[in-house]
Design a protein around this ligand. Sequence first.
Ligand code: CU
Length: 150
Amino acid sequence: MLPLAACAGSGGGPGADDASAPAECRPVGADLAAQAAAQVPVELRDFSFSPADLEARAGVVTFTARNLGRENHELAFLPGGGDVPVAKGRPDEGALERAGAFELEAFGPGQACQATYDLKPGTYTLFCIVTSSDGTTHYDKGMRGRLVVQ
Ligand SMILES: [Cu+2]
């Protein structure tokens, strides 16, 4: 499981969540990409996914995410759908991990990044919990969506 805490940084420590420091694309599942039966484009904006509702068939799917915003953005998935769990007003990383959440880590404006997963049928919440300089997560600013896998 990828640590969600690393979503906005490249090595942790102070400033790891600083959305003003551009992060580099770190592709996911490149070894699976050749098996992908579908390509799903998605745009990451300040602060939304476009489209916000995605569909895919079960199996190996490659998402190509483009960051068209001015902040770092991630593409994270919560199996089962529903809201991102919160503890003490912050996204609950432990609960996300227990729920099997997975992600394409945050990357900077102007970049495109690919993530390939072998998806099971179900509904997934799409979310980005990068924190803006005002202390609000992108999720709370409306950066959320839904993926239905059939
Ligand atoms: Cu974001």
